[in-house]
Ligand binder design. Structure first.
Ligand SMILES: NC(=O)c1ccc[n+]([C@@H]2O[C@H](COP(=O)([O-])OP(=O)(O)OC[C@H]3O[C@@H](n4cnc5c(N)ncnc54)[C@H](O)[C@@H]3O)[C@@H](O)[C@H]2O)c1
Length: 453
């Protein structure tokens, strides 16, 4: 095992935690019991989870290097860290890094369908961390888990979608007294935070990890591009080649997805609301039309906009029989599921994560992963090779907040550019790639204005 790698702390698991739960508990009352240090599906899954965590380690060299350093220097010693992230293999490595840095970590899920129960089990049983996450938990349990994590009285919050921040801001006296700062992983979370900031209501500084170049250029583009296709394939086993693949949203995620779908032989249609992004899609060689025009042509539809009610009953009514509909945006609001249910005569689960809605017209619409992030609901989310950089940003942003947070005002801040560059440098080194350096002459040329034609 690589240095700075896995190390158990030998913490015991309570009897509560050992209780084997039904695989997809959905009724909150079934789960009503005092929340312990952890609330997971089954500690018996830990062995499988640990194998996955070990497998991912080889793909996360940047985070492992950071872990190795902070395990010696302990920059987060005494820090209580509340995390609301997708409970996946890669997140396990972030938790182990933060824990190695001296932080007391508590983790809950940032989506009810993204939790990998075996990973949650390993974090609790093998590493003694507090985890509150069960795959398929209902809405009430989801928020109980957020509150359980916040009950630690965090100094730092780490969010993917801003659910910790929004819960704290609804009851700051209860949850927010000791918070010195937070970090945010995704585009939608940053939008929510900027809205709080613009209203003058943000109570503490938050670092927008999503906006770091070494995050969105790679995670949103290559991570979402690959893992969204992965989710669709695992759920449907459909041939992509020759299909008409409609993507709503040509932002960082959408353009990564469009590239990959084209690479697999699909005819890709893009729909947009921003004329600049639409023009970029046209120049990248994609067909751009209004969604209403794409609706009767598409075989596979994916929303990835961060917006709500993108696919509506007006579109469903025009879709082909057997159309596949998925979402890869953060919240399950991009596909109008209540609207689809109103149009449908009946619905049945036809396979793993596919719900088939039979419309009154007799045509079927197949929805993947209940309209939640398809790459996490139907697959394992982004591969570790890309989360290596996203979570290196999280770890270093957290360290920066603890060091500098008291000097920051309650606003949304970018990741300091030196952190971004350091992560890119470390990743290149790990990939065995070298880059040139500017000569003194070039440096002077680039910083002067006198030289012209
Ligand atoms: N699935 C994942 O693992 C994953 C990873 C990263 C980000 N995300 C989420 O994906 C979403 C998109 O993220 P991004 O980084 O690409 O954002 P982005 O801001 O770069 O792109 C979003 C694009 O959608 C377009 N758009 C907005 N409303 C639209 C509508 N009604 N119809 C068509 N296009 C519309 C915008 O003009 C923009 O170009 C966010 O919710 C983000 O949090 C998901």
């Amino acid at each position: 095992m690589a240095s700075g790698g896995l190390a158990t702390n030998g913490a015991t698991v309570t009897t509560e935690e050992r209780r084997v739960r039904s695989p997809r508990p959905r009724v909150a009352s079934e789960m009503k019991r005092p929340l312990q240090r952890a609330h997971i599906n089954s500690a018996a899954l830990a062995k499988a989870g640990r194998s996955k965590i070990e497998w991912a380690e080889g793909q996360m060299p940047v985070l492992l290097q950071i872990r190795s350093r902070v395990a010696r220097t302990k920059p987060l010693k005494g820090i209580r860290l509340a995390c609301c992230l997708h409970v996946t293999t890669e997140t396990a490595h972030l938790m182990l890094t933060l824990n190695a840095a001296g932080a007391q970590v508590a983790l809950c899920a940032s989506n009810p369908l993204s939790t990998q129960d075996d990973i949650a089990a390993s974090l609790v049983k093998d590493f003694g961390l507090s985890v509150y996450a069960i795959h398929g938990e209902d809405r009430e349990t989801y928020y109980e888990h957020i509150q359980a994590v916040l009950a630690m009285g965090p100094h730092v919050t780490m969010d993917d979608g801003a659910d910790l921040v929004s819960t704290i801001h609804k009851d700051p006296a209860r949850f927010g007294r000791d918070v010195l700062g937070g970090t945010e992983e995704t585009t939608t979370g940053v939008i929510r935070l900027k809205s709080l900031d613009a209203q003058g209501k943000l109570r503490y500084p938050v670092i927008a990890v999503n906006d770091a170049d070494t995050k969105h250029l790679f995670d949103n583009r290559y991570g979402t591009g690959q893992s969204t296709i992965d989710g669709i394939l695992r759920a449907t086993n459909r041939l992509i080649a020759g299909s008409v693949f409609v993507i709503s949203g040509y932002g960082w995620c959408g353009k990564g997805l469009a590239q990959r779908a084209r690479g697999m032989g699909a005819h890709v249609i893009v729909t947009e609301v921003d004329p600049v992004k639409a023009l970029e899609a046209v120049m990248d060689g994609f067909e751009v039309v209004r969604l209403a025009e794409a609706a009767p042509r598409g075989d596979i539809f994916v929303t990835v906009t961060g917006c709500s009610q993108v696919l509506t009953p007006a579109h469903f009514a025009r879709m082909k029989d057997g159309a596949i509909v998925a979402n890869s945006g953060h919240f399950d609001v991009e596909i109008d599921m209540p609207g689809l249910k109103r149009l449908a005569r009946r619905c049945r689960r036809v396979r793993g994560e596919i719900d088939q809605y039979v419309l009154r017209s007799g045509r079927c619409i197949n929805v993947l992963g209940e309209g939640r992030l398809v790459n996490l609901a139907c697959a394992e989310g982004h591969p570790p090779g890309v989360m290596d950089m996203s979570f290196a940003n999280q770890a270093l942003a957290c360290e920066y907040l603890v060091r500098e947070g008291s000097r920051l005002q309650p606003h949304v801040y970018p990741v300091p550019p030196e952190i971004d560059r350091e992560i890119a440098r470390l990743k290149l080194t790990a990939l065995g790639v070298s880059v040139d350096r500017l000569t003194p002459h070039q440096q002077q040329y680039l910083s002067s204005w006198e030289l012209g034609t």
